[in-house]
Write a new protein. Structure first.
Length: 114
């Protein structure tokens, strides 16, 4: 499960709110002024990746909106993503050899930057 942890100034303790889908993830990004960082498909894929990772690790993942913005980028196509990296990266397989790639239902990709 992905959890959002916020510290309140007055109480100085952590409030934990679980997330259940990509729309809730997008809402949290919006609260940081980063609601346009990813498309609807990008948020859905990123949510699924983080939720699966949390399940595999057996522990909650603390949401870090700014960290995710710095670590992940969305592209309209695999070709566009490959163009952002070296000439050695020409295909999806090449890209997968270097980093995590999330395929989107709209044909785009979200790539963990390297």
């Amino acid at each position: 499960m992905i959890t959002l942890r916020k510290t309140t100034e007055e109480e100085r303790h952590m409030l934990v709110a679980p997330m259940y889908n990509g729309d809730e993830l997008r809402h949290e990004f919006q609260s940081y002024g980063r609601g346009e960082q990813f498309s609807r498909w990008g948020f859905d894929a990123l949510y699924k990746y983080l939720d699966d990772l949390s399940e595999d690790m057996g522990e909650d993942i603390q949401l870090d909106v700014i960290g995710l913005c710095c670590e992940w980028s969305e592209y309209d196509s695999i070709e566009e993503a490959c163009d952002q990296y070296s000439d050695d990266i020409q295909t999806l397989d090449d890209l997968n050899d270097h980093t995590m790639v999330l395929l989107l239902d709209n044909g785009g990709v979200v790539v963990r930057d390297f």
